[in-house]
Design a protein around this ligand. Structure first.
Ligand code: HEM
Ligand SMILES: *[C@@H]1O[C@H](CO)[C@@H](O)[C@H](O)[C@H]1NC(C)=O
Ligand SMILES: *[C@@H]1O[C@H](CO)[C@@H](O)[C@H](O)[C@H]1NC(C)=O
Ligand SMILES: *[C@@H]1O[C@H](CO)[C@@H](O)[C@H](O)[C@H]1NC(C)=O
Ligand SMILES: *[C@@H]1O[C@H](CO)[C@@H](O)[C@H](O)[C@H]1NC(C)=O
Length: 503
């Protein structure tokens, strides 16, 4: 009996070994994370969580190098921050499918731009690219300005020079207001009331999905429902409500667009001159877009893209703005220089509105944001699913491998950046010969890079300018402790103190 069991186990291990062998051989130059028979690295990975992931990245790089592979049962995963691997993968227009882990986002975002692939992605990317035309962004500056004014008013009572403020939740509500108004043309007033149903749904669902990302047994819809029926219901309800909300807005905007088109004032509109007229939301542009055979987009297509913007466009910018504020607060010499640049443009007039042209020439501001995104990338890792064998310089990734590209590590690579852990905006003033488009990649790179990059940078700048004009930032409160929940957050909050600026 015992002998039989033993023989069975040995037999299974052998089958396991031979099943994995061809793929192991293709990747023989890449070190393997603790590889037990059958279960692979499962026991090792069980100790990973949102709050230790960033330090695990560092530990693993020291132990295994810039690339390592791991087996989870019979799934092969390559984690890499080797610039040569990253360039080969991100520059490819063939290997554009997303890591299997992203699939759970489909429950909310459907086949929106972030998740689709193949011709669906290609067509939509072509249609959506013009919605980020600078003329449209120019109009959004007014929204950034108005919403950051509300934020400043909320901060004023706390600006006493001693109160510790965790800015993350406040910025998050502002970012939600901004993305709702720019993506859907709708004011959701999150900053005034964070308990409205839509705002709660966005925040709840984002949090639940972020939690599931780190828990392999909850990634599948079915297992999630089985292990966490209550949370699963909460997610379901939230998503249902958000879909209802977006659909209703789409319907409204479609109607009013039809009215203005058929009315006597309707004129031949095209995307090139849309931005100059009354402000258009992304949604309005999508409503007027057509596929390559001249058909308008379906309501569902539009809903998926609008939801994708709502998801991709608020947590990321919240993270970027919060971490930049903390970094500036902790580096008085940087703050001084940055404020000089702001003062030169706006003087002491706190009410002078910000324009698109103002922010264009702000050289030092650019460097500060670049440096903050380097040390604190809002999306610390991205994932791809490799469908066909992909040959790299020192290995071949076998078909059906999941790849994780660790932006966090590339952006802190001492082979690329001198003194990589230091916050030094000045390093971006000069051209760094060791860095290129595939190593400075907080927005990813290649055909699937962030489509909202320009939008995000304009938003971040507008908010920083507004806050710096009103307040001096102080390094109060506990330091940040990275917690990776799809986007970079901080377990300890993102703290600082404020004092009114004296001109
Ligand atoms: C600082 C802020 C932001 C950062 C750091 C950021 C970063 C990224 C990264 C790394 C990707 C690649 C994801 C992947 O390969 O899986 C991405 C994709 C994307 N981002 Fe952003 N993002 C930011 C803001 C925004 C904003 C404001 C929007 C929308 C208004 C947006 C919309 C998108 C979309 C739609 C994609 C998918 C593009 C595609 O696959 O074709 N992002 N972003
Ligand atoms: C292949 O590249 C990875 C990642 O940089 C490295 O860890 C490994 O040692 C390399 N192998 C060889 C044989 O060069
Ligand atoms: C690879 O990266 C992913 C995503 O950040 C992480 O969840 C996983 O634990 C990493 N695997 C290893 C072996 O470090
Ligand atoms: C636009 O409005 C007209 C009349 O008001 C209606 O006949 C037509 O079906 C509408 N078109 C769309 C696409 O809703
Ligand atoms: C058409 O334009 C006139 C004057 O510019 C304005 O009063 C009217 O409300 C507009 N009508 C529509 C349907 O937009």
């Amino acid at each position: 009996m015992l002998v039989g069991l033993l023989l069975l186990i040995i037999f299974l291990c052998l089958v396991d070994y031979w099943a994995k062998k061809p793929r192991n051989d293709m990747m023989k130059n890449i070190p393997t994370v603790r590889n037990l028979p059958i279960i692979g690295a499962v026991s090792e990975l069980a100790s990973f969580n949102a709050e230790n992931l960033a330090s695990k990245f560092e530990i693993f790089r020291k132990k295994y190098g810039k690339a390592y592979k791991s087996w989870i049962a019979h799934t092969l995963i390559l984690n890499t921050s080797d610039p040569k691997h990253v360039e080969a993968i991100l520059s490819s227009s063939k290997h554009i499918s997303k890591h299997r882990l992203y699939l759970m986002l489909r429950e909310w975002l459907g086949q929106g731009l972030l998740l689709s692939d193949g011709t669906k992605w290609q067509n939509m990317r072509k249609i959506i690219t013009p919605t980020f035309h600078f003329k449209i962004l120019e109009e959004f500056v007014e929204v950034f300005d108005q919403q950051s004014t509300i934020l400043v008013e909320k901060l004023k009572p706390k600006a006493d020079g001693i109160t510790v403020i965790d800015v993350y939740p406040l910025i998050c509500l502002m970012a939600l207001d901004i993305i709702a108004e720019t993506a859907m043309g709708t004011q959701i007033q999150a900053q005034k009331d964070e308990n409205t149903r839509y705002v709660k749904a966005v925040n709840d669902v984002t949090d639940i999905l972020a939690m599931r990302f780190m828990k392999p047994h909850l990634t599948l819809k079915k297992t999630f429902k089985f292990f966490k029926p209550k949370l699963s219901n909460k997610q379901l309800e939230g998503i249902l409500y958000m879909h209802l909300f977006t659909n209703r807005i789409i319907e409204d905007r479609r109607k009013s667009l039809n009215k203005s088109k058929t009315g006597e004032n309707g004129s031949d509109e095209n995307i090139e001159n849309l931005g100059i007229k009354k402000r258009m939301a992304f949604l309005d542009v999508l409503l007027q877009s057509t596929t390559s055979n001249g058909e308008p987009l379906s309501d569902e297509d539009i809903r998926e893209e609008v939801d994708t913007f709502m998801f991709e466009g608020h947590d990321t910018t919240t993270s970027a703005i919060s971490f930049t504020l903390r970094a500036v607060a902790c580096h008085p010499e940087v703050q001084k220089k940055l404020f000089e640049e702001v003062k030169e443009l706006f003087g002491a007039d706190l009410d002078k509105p910000i324009t698109y042209r103002d922010i264009h020439g702000m050289k030092y501001m650019n460097c500060v944001i670049k440096e903050s995104l380097r040390l604190f990338p809002p999306i610390p890792a991205i994932g791809r699913f490799i469908r066909e064998d992909l040959e790299l310089y020192n290995c071949t990734i076998p078909a059906n491998t999941n790849v994780i590209i660790i932006l966090w590590e590339i952006l802190r690579d001492s082979d690329i950046y001198e003194d990589p852990l230091a916050f030094k905006p000045e390093r971006h003033l000069e051209n760094n010969p060791k860095s290129n488009t595939f190593s400075y990649i907080p927005f990813s790179a290649g055909p699937r890079n962030c489509i909202g990059q320009k939008f995000a940078l304009v938003e971040i700048k507008c908010v920083l300018i507004k806050i710096l004009r009103h307040f001096e930032l102080l390094p109060l409160g506990e330091d940040v402790h990275p917690s990776i929940k799809i986007v970079l957050r901080s377990k300890t909050g993102v703290n600082l103190g404020l004092r009114p600026r004296i001109y």
